[in-house]
Design a protein around this ligand. Structure first.
Ligand SMILES: [Zn+2]
Length: 455
């Protein structure tokens, strides 16, 4: 009997990510009600299914959508506002003053919408966010049809969003209560960093995370300065401090982990913590190179993040995958460190594991959500193609992404015309002139207030 389904995607190659190092050829991926229900040879799909829509990808790789495991989406409005500055002055003299003056729900909504458009066009279907006014981030992600894991940010000091840690937690849990059944939206607590959150607040977050069964997402050991200051102030490294407060465990995702010693890495491995590796941001802010080959050898689950657009400046997971694979080799002196397939796992299934969503996301698997992307391998630089896995990491760029589906809905389709992402119909849910207008409006406001070259 022939089954009627929503969508059939016939692809030259399918990279399921699970099992490892596997490339299927001439396959059809069958999608119904947002879920992958079958993967079968293209030659027999029409004997079994009749689809509302069939997409033929004759020269493409179909693979799971990428998961950006650490970002601050709304900071896309601050892209290029302060470059070539180290982390602490970058935060204290540039980012925090701009945030103090401008951050509001409209800022977060607009910035997140622009970031989502950029991410969808680069094959990212899920982002793990940390920013103020999370309700505005949820609204932007929902409007454009992207999946978001929303970090409920907590700081000890006052910002436009909240006055003190108690108020951040109160507002955060209220947002979570209001949106916990919203499709494609999940939550974690996001204490900003060890140096901006007190022991008492961290303990409270640990308890709340257990009670509500939520993850915890924070910055950790990003700079040498952070580790040294913690040792001076607390007599402990930030990671040991988290361990003593009972926060280490499988619900914890740690962004950066650049300055971690052998004992730190063993602690993360023993407790099953996840790392959000952000190689470009670490280089740009001169934080250093995170020892990911070592962490990987210890069995730590490592995902990849872009960090915010102000410190990268691209929300480009293709660039991060390549950077992660190359840096691991260069740093360890071992060309086998972080293989191309491992880099793809980091950008997909490992991110899903960190978010506790591996049963739904991160691979092309029957029963999982149809968060899928198509990457065109017909470009001149991809010819000849002996191994699509190699090309995806070492050759392809995000500009080769032609289709991005979230829950089986086509949210981005690469335009043929030269006007790029501002072409009509590129994003299914947002008009291109809206994005252009948003970018122009905030450029006018922010560039009028701050010189990007100020010291
Ligand atoms: Zn960050």
């Amino acid at each position: 009997m022939i089954k009627s389904v929503d969508l059939v995607i016939v692809a030259r190659w399918v990279l399921p990510v699970i099992p490892k190092n596997t490339v299927l050829e001439h396959q059809a991926v069958v999608v119904h009600q947002g879920v992958v229900i079958e993967i079968c040879p293209a030659s027999i799909v029409s004997e079994r299914f009749v689809a509302n829509e069939t997409v033929h990808l004759d020269e493409h790789v179909l693979m799971p959508g990428l998961i950006n495991l650490h970002t601050h989406a709304a900071m896309s409005l601050m892209r290029g506002l302060a470059d070539d500055v180290p982390l602490m002055p970058w935060l204290e003299k540039h980012i925090w003053p701009v945030e103090q003056r401008f951050v509001s729900p409209p800022f977060v909504y607009d910035g997140t919408l622009l970031a989502c458009a950029e991410m969808l066009s680069g094959g990212i279907t899920t982002f793990n966010d940390m920013y103020f006014f999370p309700e505005a981030s949820i609204q932007a992600a929902t409007q454009i049809g992207m999946r978001a894991h929303i970090g409920l940010v907590v700081l000890e000091f006052a910002t436009n969003y909240a006055n003190d840690a108690g108020m951040y937690l109160e507002k955060g849990t209220a947002v979570r209560d209001a949106y916990k059944t919203q499709p494609r939206i999940t939550f974690s607590f996001a204490p900003h960093a060890p140096y901006t959150v007190s022991d008492a607040t961290l303990s409270t977050i640990g308890t709340l995370a257990e009670q509500l069964d939520l993850g915890i997402h924070t910055h950790m050991h990003e700079t040498m300065h952070e580790v040294q200051t913690s040792k001076a102030n607390h007599g402990l490294s930030p990671l040991t401090r988290f361990a003593n407060l009972g926060l280490l465990g499988t619900r914890l995702t740690l962004a950066h982990c650049v300055h971690v010693n052998d004992a730190d890495m063993q602690l993360m491995a023993d407790y099953g913590c996840h790392i959000a590796h952000c190689p470009t941001s670490n280089l740009k802010l001169a934080s250093g190179i995170a020892p990911m080959a070592k962490c990987d050898a210890l069995g730590i689950n490592i995902g990849i993040g872009t960090d915010g657009a102000a410190s990268n400046n691209r929300l480009d997971m293709f660039a991060e995958m390549r950077m992660a694979a190359l840096l691991a080799k260069g740093q360890s002196g071992d060309a086998t460190a972080i293989s191309a397939h491992q880099a793809l796992e980091m950008a997909t299934i490992n991110g899903a594991k960190a978010l506790g969503l591996e049963s739904q996301l991160g691979s092309v698997t029957v029963g999982k959500q149809a968060d899928l992307i198509a990457v065109n391998m017909a470009e001149m630089v991809s010819q000849p193609c002996y191994d699509p896995i190699s090309h995806l990491v070492y050759v392809a760029s995000r500009e080769n992404v032609t289709h991005t589906w979230v829950d089986g809905q086509l949210r981005y389709n690469k335009p043929e015309s030269s006007t790029g992402v501002f072409s009509q119909g590129v994003f299914s849910e947002v008009e291109p002139h809206t994005l252009l207008h948003i970018a122009q409006q905030w450029h006018h406001k922010l560039s009028g207030a701050f010189s990007h070259r100020q010291a």
